[in-house]
Design a protein around this ligand. Structure first.
Ligand code: SPV
Ligand code: MN
Length: 622
């Protein structure tokens, strides 16, 4: 070892922990850890291997240091984040931009030198009197072309514990695959008052793209603090850009078709738009609910779930709609609840389908009905972005190919957003390019509580990956278009919308109808069903949906419902094209020219239809 970093590690780590690091034989890793130790000044350092005893230790520490509180059910704990730390904080999440680099006008960047000095300033001495945990994980299955090694340093046992549920162990992977191509995450919760980060004004999440390193400080919320989640996604998008694959905000699920056939779908939805509940549909099997890597292997598109658990929104999770998750949330086993209401050792959340207690403990501390915040607004019993963290292995519907090193074949891709007035519930694109551009790159969604800020505002969110893009938007679209080049047959692309409303404001589709849309898409992948050609895509026929509603949900489906759901709303679609075209024409640099050409062709089809048939055109009139 080089003298300076060796001296730091020798001075701070006992022989056992030092031995664990040295066994990895990775100088870049040792340097990173030594730098973090010298900077954050922890009282002690715990290096975790893949040994289950280390996980037991981390779990115990989370309880001993008060970050997690045991609940009545065995294995269940609750964690609270600070009142102003309840979602991903986009404003203070920035790329550190080295001199000469550029990421286009749409990404939140700051000068690298100034940013490093600011965030490292906040990290200085941040772990005094506290324990530092060093953990190793693998994104994607181990021993796989998809595997990506990561090291997480944190002073939060809650973060170290959560990642244990959410990711595959990576210590042995580090031993096998030496070299510098790993991601590095350094997190400190910062100064705590009670159990929560106190210096909210000094919350920073800075992504050093030059070194594949993320610094996160003065925050605890999982999406800001757990490096392996969306922070690693940002780094992976850059790596994928360099290497010619895709890193996406997508679930992966197996949809079960006739004769025992399983067709895998990868689906991108913005946060809180039905992504997890689609991946968890009864009768289907889940591979993952949030992040996927896609690669071309042997001329075929294949994908993996990057993660091994779920950090899911708990609001509206109820027995009738989510029986599999409910079972895990109520049975003994490892579950971390966050930002729910706790009363008498039991967790409660909004929309759980029964009355909530009128008092308890929540993200505001001791809570009672009518409690108000500093602005005079009433504090809800549980936060809307309250979550549960579980391992996928706890689920009865885990797909058997979940851990396959070659991933699963991508049978179809789908994009969905929260759209109250424009798109039909389900449609298929004409081809790969049409799907990537008019469905993925044109995705809009009404904002939700998964990030801080106003809700219900329609916002552009290409591929539902906008929040995590780490390369210019035009380059990202180009990479998506190019992905199909190496494929023998590109998977069909679909768009879904679970949130379409009628003129009177009522939802036109039911919560469970997505089960039918998935089965329709599965049949379409194999060419089992015909479709109707509309101006924005290929639409289902009434008789196919009627049969699928009966078979899948055992319920009748009326022609009136079909017509209302699948009528093409020409003015709304044209208004959407206006918005999207404006973005690609004026706000995005390096837009591939095919984007505007495709949007123009869609506009011409809509205008021709309007001329021939009017503003609102039922499928039978197409
Ligand atoms: C999301 O918001 O899309 C999530 C949770 O999956 S977070 O970790 O906050 O990104
Ligand atoms: Mn997500």
């Amino acid at each position: 070892m080089n003298d300076t970093y060796a001296a730091v590690l020798k001075g701070q780590l006992d022989a056992d922990n030092l031995g664990r690091l040295e066994a990895l034989g990775n100088e870049r890793l040792l340097r990173f850890i030594a730098d973090a130790v010298a900077l954050c000044q922890p009282a002690s350092v715990k290096v975790c291997t893949d040994d289950p005893a280390d996980i037991v230790y981390v779990r115990r520490r989370a309880i001993e240091n008060g970050e997690e509180i045991p609940l009545a059910t065995e294995g269940h704990t609750v964690h609270f984040d600070g009142f102003y730390d309840q979602g991903r904080d986009k404003e203070v999440t920035r790329y550190l931009l080295p001199k000469g680099a550029h990421l286009g006008p749409n990404l939140n960047c700051t000068d690298r030198r100034a940013g490093l000095s600011e965030v490292r300033g906040y990290l200085e001495g941040s772990m005094e009197g506290r324990e530092m945990f060093v953990r190793f994980f693998c994104l994607g299955p181990t021993k796989s072309p998809f595997s990506l090694s990561c090291v997480q340093i944190t002073d939060s046992a809650y973060v170290a514990h959560s990642e244990d549920l959410l990711y595959r162990p990576g210590y042995e992977q580090f031993k096998r695959v030496r070299g510098d191509g790993f991601f590095r995450f350094l997190h400190s919760a910062g100064r705590l008052v009670g159990r929560v980060s106190a210096d909210v004004d000094k919350k920073r999440i800075y992504i050093d793209i030059a070194e594949d390193t993320v610094y996160s400080v003065n925050t605890q919320y999982g999406g800001n603090s757990m490096g392996l989640k969306k922070l690693a996604l940002r780094l992976a998008i850059r790596k994928a850009d360099r290497e010619g694959w895709l890193a996406e905000h997508m679930f992966v699920m197996g949809v079960h078709g006739p004769g025992g056939r399983v067709t895998y779908f990868a689906g991108a939805f913005p946060s809180a738009c039905g992504k997890t509940s689609t991946a968890m549909l009864p009768g289907e099997t889940i591979v993952g609910d949030d992040i996927a890597y896609l690669r071309v292997l042997g001329g075929e598109a294949r994908c993996v779930n990057v993660e091994a658990g779920i950090f899911g929104i708990i609001q509206d999770v109820k027995e009738a709609d989510d029986p599999v998750i409910c079972k895990v949330l109520t049975a003994p086993g490892e579950v971390i609840f966050s930002n729910v209401l706790v009363h008498d050792g039991r967790p409660y959340w909004l929309g759980m389908g029964r009355p909530l207690p009128t008092e308890g403990e929540n993200f505001s501390g001791a809570w009672h009905v009518g409690k108000i915040d500093k602005q005079g607004s009433e504090i809800p019993p549980a936060h809307k972005n309250a979550r549960y963290t579980i391992s996928l292995r706890a689920l009865a519907n885990l797909d058997p190919k979940f851990d396959d090193p070659r991933g699963v074949p991508v049978g179809g891709i789908l994009y969905g957003g929260r759209d109250s007035d424009t798109s039909v519930p389900v449609q298929q694109s004409f081809d790969w390019v049409h799907g990537v551009i008019t469905m993925g790159a044109s995705l809009e969604s009404e904002t939700t509580s998964a990030t801080l800020g106003a809700e219900g505002v329609r916002s552009f969110n290409l591929m539902s990956n906008l929040d995590f893009l780490a390369i210019p938007l035009g380059t990202y679209i180009h990479n998506n278009l190019n992905f199909a080049r190496g494929l023998k047959a590109p998977p069909p692309i679909f768009a879904v919308n679970y949130f379409l409303r009628g003129k009177d404001g009522r939802y036109l589709t039911g919560m469970r109808d997505k089960a039918v849309w998935m089965k329709w898409m599965e049949r379409r992948v194999h060419g089992d069903l015909e479709a109707i050609r509309g101006p924005t895509g290929l639409l289902p026929r009434f008789e196919d949906l009627e049969r699928l509603f009966r078979e899948v949900l055992g319920k009748p489906y009326s022609r009136e419902a079909y017509v209302e759901q699948f009528t093409i709303r020409v003015p709304e679609n044209l208004a959407k094209l206006d918005r999207i075209e404006k973005i690609y024409r004026y706000d995005v640099s390096e837009t591939p020219s095919v984007v505007l050409e495709m949007l123009l062709a869609q506009r011409e089809r809509l205008e021709a239809l309007r001329k021939a048939k009017g503003d609102y055109v039922a499928p039978a009139d197409l």
